[in-house]
Ligand binder design. Structure first.
Ligand SMILES: Cc1cc2nc3c(=O)[nH]c(=O)nc-3n(C[C@H](O)[C@H](O)[C@H](O)COP(=O)(O)OP(=O)(O)OC[C@H]3O[C@@H](n4cnc5c(N)ncnc54)[C@H](O)[C@@H]3O)c2cc1C
Ligand code: FES
Length: 285
């Protein structure tokens, strides 16, 4: 699983978001919007889930975009074109149901912007009779500041309307994605909302959408280990029922998610995650 190319697409105050094209011909043939892969960077490393942002079956490649969050993503970020990943499995998870919903709002926060891109493209283009317009797509992108904003041009071409929100007002409008979401829902009728990003954002998006009776799909970032439905690590409660995010999701109806439980479970290893011990043991100088 050779890395074909690497690009740092955001780098602000040491926080980096990186785009990799990886040679994975079998995965590229089957990947659909909403799928993810599990990456093992090296033989002794952990397994981390990353969304398949794009797939090119002719070139046999898939695109991954990730933020350096902790140890494994930093080891991955230190690799270059020509380096190899130890293992890659996928495509995993249910693909997004692509059909003509009508007017759809996609809300992406932080690196979640990368995760809404394949869904925006598929909803815009897919499976419609010739001559008919696809879904009408409104994309709302949120980032801390201009330096951390990613994929503006790509989302612009995949959507009919684009809004950019930054926490500090350094680009687009100042405020949160949910501010503009509320404004849009108060003025017009929408048929579906799709949201990926930090848990508090997805929770708030779901609450606002419920006020306007619009269904919201969220892609959950539950902790995963095997990602094949065997370990139970990614357990989430949806409408009071236990689901495994890796095989039953990662997309769920946001109004059924037990957000408090998800937040609590995602903090289970926060002490261990602080030990970004001795990166130099893993990264070649
Ligand atoms: C289905 C799915 C798709 C994802 N897609 C992307 C993506 O496209 N781009 C991206 O940047 N991130 C994505 N993530 C999150 C990504 O997996 C974590 O950022 C990564 O695992 C962090 O590992 P770390 O060792 O670098 O950081 P750590 O310091 O170990 O953890 C940092 C944070 O990342 C999360 N995390 C850690 N380990 C895991 C794990 N095994 N499974 C899930 N979350 C974990 C936790 O919230 C943790 O607090 C996705 C998560 C899921 C569940
Ligand atoms: S990650 Fe093990 S059951 Fe989902």
């Amino acid at each position: 699983m050779k890395i074909l190319s690497k690009e740092v697409i955001a780098n602000y105050a040491g926080a980096r978001i990186i785009k990799l094209s990886v040679f994975a011909p079998e995965i590229s043939l089957k990947a659909r919007a909403g799928n993810f892969v599990v990456v093992m960077v090296n033989e002794k490393g952990e397994r981390i889930p990353l969304t398949i942002v794009d797939a090119d079956s002719k070139a046999g490649s898939i695109t991954l975009i990730f933020q350096e969050a902790g140890l494994t993503t930093r080891i991955l970020g230190a690799l270059d074109a020509g380096d190899k990943l130890y293992a890659l499995s996928g495509p995993l998870g249910h693909a997004t149901e692509i059909k003509n919903y009508g007017k759809v709002i996609l809300v992406g926060g932080g690196v979640g912007i990368a995760e809404i891109l394949p869904v925006a493209r598929a909803l815009k283009e897919a499976g419609l009779p010739a001559g008919q317009a696809g879904n009408h797509i409104t994309a709302i992108l949120g980032s801390r500041n201009k330096g951390m904003l990613i994929l503006e041009a790509e989302l612009k071409s995949a959507s009919d309307q684009l809004y950019i929100m930054t926490d500090d007002g350094s680009y687009g409008l100042r405020g949160f994605t949910t501010d503009i979401l509320k404004e849009l829902l108060s003025k017009d009728k929408y048929d579906l909302i799709y949201s990926v990003g930090p848990i508090p954002m997805m929770k708030k998006v779901t609450e606002i959408a419920a006020e306007y009776k619009v269904k919201t799909l969220v892609s959950l970032n539950a902790l995963m280990v095997d990602a094949t439905g065997m370990c139970g690590c990614c357990r989430v409660s949806i409408f009071g029922e236990v689901k495994f995010s890796c095989v039953d999701g990662p997309e769920f109806d946001g109004s059924g998610v037990d957000w408090a439980e998800l937040e609590k479970r995602n903090k289970a290893y926060s002490i261990q995650e602080k030990h970004i011990c001795n990166l130099s043991r893993y990264i070649k100088p």
